[in-house]
Design a protein around this ligand. Structure first.
Ligand code: GAP
Length: 444
């Protein structure tokens, strides 16, 4: 994990937030490569979950909502972790994560047994809307994106004219004042979620839970996370949330342990019922086929953008021993991203930077590819070093314009470039006219 964190900083995937002021625990900034990676993930999720389907529409809700949303959903009362204070070192710790010695709970920081009784600590960030800071102005930064979907259910049903089963999808920020943010970006205080609320008739819920679990597992394999690194954990009924009639956690083998990436939960009609009761507005659905009016049930696949981004980096990270151009052994660090997810799809290199025709041809290739994908032009240093820099950034392909390309070695290979594949390091020659289709086919 240390190597991964260091690579993320060195290559500009992820930085500590407010680093020059000492940082802020649980907050992270994404640099140029991390931002592209995260964007590719969110775009592909949106494509799979919304654009390629007839039965899902999107929405984009506000982060702050009327406080009553959080009262009705139960978050104000119950969205909390049990917490204890250490009377010796004053650390505040999660009661359910304390080490034990001889059956007694111990402070994880100083080892003392002098701990307070557990108290519920609400994880929502409180804020005030408007100029006065009194109780009437209180609300919270949303701890999940899902509630915006539930409270807009009726509006979206009307404008989209969908029939059950259908879903509403959303990608956006969520905030939780986690007691112990840890494991890099895995448990943060500000993060993004990709959530789908899939509404259905009550009797369809159990089958749809299985259907969405399968769809979501396929998604992970389509972004290059191999099934061997994934685990499906069926939550025992007595550990499920009280409104859930079944939950699966999709877990990933992180270097720090097997941990949750996504929850797929059958939430019954709990949320819509709560909001209907609290708002007094009807949130039911008239089923024309059944000639019945009822509150739809919902199955929710809820994934974390930051956790999946971290999983993509962990799954892709590799080091291997190779021989450099001088015949010396060296360690090649690379990120074996699926081309679909890779922040940069292709590096373009003129063999020499002081040979105008090579540079001009390489720049033309960049212009040809730029409208279709993220490309990176690099003319500095030995070609081997340039390849290595792109290996570390996870760039799946590298194109080199050499003397053959411009016909200086005779006509045999004129108008062709070498294309190098990151994982195998194999090179082949292809024609200038084939470059675009070769790459677009691989990255889509
Ligand atoms: N609407 C359901 C819901 O929010 P959750 O299991 O609490 O369920 C869903 O969260 C996903 O959001 C998690 O599987 C995880 O990927 C992500 N997530 C939750 N808390 C997080 C945190 N503190 N830091 C990063 N990601 C988090």
């Amino acid at each position: 994990m240390e190597k991964i964190v260091s690579l993320c900083k060195r290559r500009g995937f992820i930085f500590q937030s407010s680093e020059i002021y000492g940082g802020l625990n649980g907050f992270w900034d994404y640099g140029p490569l991390g931002t592209e990676l995260k964007r590719n993930l969110k775009d592909f999720w949106w494509r799979r979950m919304v654009r390629e389907r007839d039965d899902v529409v999107g929405m984009d809700g506000s982060i702050l909502m009327n406080r009553q949303v959080w009262v009705a959903s139960g978050h104000e009362q119950t969205f909390s972790d049990p917490m204890v204070d250490c009377r010796i070192c004053k650390s505040r710790l999660r009661a359910d994560q304390l080490p034990e010695k001889n059956g007694r709970k111990q402070c994880a920081v100083c080892g003392s047994f002098d701990l307070t009784e557990p108290r519920a600590f609400n994880l929502m960030f409180k804020t005030f809307v408007g100029a006065t800071e009194d109780d009437s102005a209180i609300t919270y930064l949303r701890p999940e994106t899902a509630q915006a979907i539930f409270v807009q259910f009726k509006n979206i049903l009307e404008v989209s004219r969908k029939k059950l089963p259908f879903g509403i999808a959303q990608v956006g920020k969520a905030f939780r004042n986690e007691i112990n943010p840890r494991n890099f970006t895995f448990r943060s205080r500000e993060f993004e979620q990709m959530e789908l609320e899939y509404f259905c008739r009550p009797e369809q819920g159990p089958d749809l839970l299985e259907y969405w679990l399968k769809e979501r597992l396929k998604f992970y394999s389509d972004i290059g996370i191999s099934q061997d690194l994934l685990h499906v954990h069926k939550i025992p009924p007595d550990e499920c949330a009280h409104y859930s009639k079944g939950t699966y956690d999709i877990e990933f083998e992180f270097p720090f342990g097997i941990q949750e990436l996504e929850g797929v939960a059958y939430r019954t009609d709990y949320d819509l019922t709560q909001h209907q009761k609290a708002s007094g507005k009807s949130l039911d659905y008239f089923d024309e086929e059944l000639k019945q009016r009822f509150i739809p049930h919902v199955v929710e696949p809820s994934a974390g953008v930051d956790r999946t981004t971290l999983a993509l980096i962990c799954a892709a990270f590799d080091e291997e021993q190779v021989t450099d151009e001088k015949g010396d052994a060296e360690t090649r660090t690379l990120l074996r991203f699926h081309p679909r997810m890779a922040p940069i799809k292709c590096g373009v290199f003129p063999l020499l930077k002081n040979k105008e025709r090579l540079v001009q041809q390489a720049r033309e290739i960049v212009e040809l590819l730029r409208p279709h994908m993220m490309v990176f032009y690099d003319e500095s240093g030995a070609i081997g070093r340039r390849y290595r820099r792109q290996d570390e950034a996870g760039t799946p392909f590298g194109i080199t314009v050499d003397f053959d390309t411009i016909g200086e070695n005779g006509p045999a290979n004129e108008g062709t470039v070498t294309i190098r594949e990151r994982d195998s390091m194999e090179q082949q020659r292809i024609g200038l006219g084939e470059i675009k289709s070769f790459l677009t086919e691989k990255i889509n």
